[in-house]
Write a protein that binds this ligand. Structure first.
Ligand code: ADP
Ligand code: MG
Length: 400
């Protein structure tokens, strides 16, 4: 775990805003990253997912500008981008190279324009302590914090599910990633000390109490393999799932059950992809019930099954992710570990471990096992549940 004390993100957002644009922003808003406790690669099949928003944020600082330009600064990437007028965004060329990230910001502004909101020239600065591309949804933290800030700055009445929908569209249409609703919903609506059982078909959200951090520790291990979702393999899985649904004669795999799947005799690849989706949706329901009963050992069992299925049937794990999960499982409940699995879309990213908070040394032991195998350290951090997106009232801005 890093011993360095980091500058809080709200301070970085304010300071970098002042350096880039001068003075203070009009609005600061924060939005968290998330872990998916269980329910991976099922959101775009109308499935059930169980994410939890965590205490890592992207903070957006926003001010209406009088120089006629839309400019965005990422303190994390040290990158300044100039955006086209959001009203003409759908036909404007996308940013490429070092400023490609700014397409996400443009997507959000274009979303407001599409809602009929006149989006004046803006100065925007972002600072985040959600690690980028590690599977903790830094992209939704960025879009949701910006949408929250812009809604406040322009007095546009947008929040909750419609705001999450706008962010999802921003990422699919402008960020080049056909992502689902899971990430923006978790970031927009999360609640402290609760996981969220989201039905991605009805968008019904139920909050399930999650044990306090003093009792259950949530550790996140970075596999060190960062794969941008826009590199094509996420889209490939989505297409496979769509094709599998078509072959099975259903609109969405949500409408399939295991008995029916077995009788269909789909081509092997579709069978495996569909089996993951069908079983994972069922597991999410069972895991949420276990969590409601505070049965962490049973919850951990479902996490293990989820990881196995993502590895074998859905083929999105990596040797690094598997090794981290194996090291955690080797400790087992006797060693204080309830469960472990990859979180996020896979192809790299992070592993989450749920552990007994009273036991010490668990993270160090898993990291040491990883280092023995890969001859490089695994960085890890302890995170905990935190509330969803909000405007930070000026009275609570840090002195910058
Ligand atoms: P994840 O959302 O799991 O972190 P993604 O690949 O979906 O991974 O999103 C990561 C991308 O989102 C980054 O490569 C970058 O383009 C963008 N992004 C996220 N946070 C920031 C930030 N603070 N500043 C600039 N771009 C960001
Ligand atoms: Mg993302």
């Amino acid at each position: 775990m890093s011993a360095t004390t980091k500058v809080p993100v709200a301070v970085r957002a304010l300071e970098s805003f002042a350096r880039r644009f001068g003075g203070r922003p009009a609005v600061l808003a924060r939005a968290p990253g998330r872990v998916t406790l269980i329910g991976e690669h099922v959101d775009y099949s109308d499935g059930l997912v169980l994410p939890m928003s965590i205490d890592r944020d992207c903070v957006s600082a926003v001010r209406v500008s009088n120089d006629g330009r839309w400019r965005a600064w990422s303190d994390d990437l040290q990158s300044l981008a100039e955006l086209p007028d959001p009203a003409t965004a759908s036909t404007a060329p996308r940013a490429t190279g070092a400023s490609a990230w700014s397409n996400l910001a443009l997507g959000v502004l274009a979303g407001f324009a599409r809602e009929g909101v006149r989006v004046p020239p803006l100065e925007m600065a972002f600072a985040s302590d959600v690690p980028l591309g590690a599977g903790l949804s830094s992209s939704a933290a960025l879009t949701v914090s910006l949408a929250t800030a812009v809604a406040e700055a322009l007095s546009a009445p947008l929040f909750g599910i419609p705001l999450a929908r706008m962010c999802q569209e921003a990422e699919s249409e402008f960020g080049g990633v056909p992502c689902g609703m899971l990430d923006p919903l978790a970031s927009a609506l999360g609640r402290a000390d609760h996981a969220m059982l989201i039905d991605c078909r009805s968008l019904d959200v139920r909050f399930v109490p999650f044990p306090p951090a003093a009792r259950v520790a949530l550790l996140v291990f970075d596999s060190g393999v960062h794969r941008s979702l826009s590199d094509g393999r996420y889209a490939e899985r989505r297409h496979e799932v769509e094709d599998a649904a078509r072959a099975a004669g259903v609109g969405m795999l949500r409408d399939l059950d295991e008995t029916k799947l077995r009788t269909l005799k789909l081509p092997a690849l579709f069978e495996r992809r569909a089996r993951h989706v069908v079983r994972e949706i069922q597991r999410v329901q069972l895991a949420a019930n276990a969590l409601r009963r505070d049965d962490m050992e049973l919850f951990g069992l479902f996490m293990a099954q989820s990881h196995q299925s993502l590895r074998d049937d859905f083929a999105v794990s990596t040797p690094e992710l598997d090794a981290l999960v194996d090291e955690a499982r080797a400790l087992g409940t006797a060693g204080g570990v309830y469960g472990a699995r990859l979180t996020g879309a896979g192809f790299g990213g992070s592993v989450i471990v749920l552990a007994d908070a009273a036991r010490t040394g668990i993270g160090e032991r898993i990291a040491a096992g990883f280092e023995r195998r890969f001859k490089r350290p695994a960085s890890w951090q302890r995170v905990s549940s935190a509330p969803g997106a909000a405007v930070i009232p000026a009275a609570r801005w840090p002195a910058a």
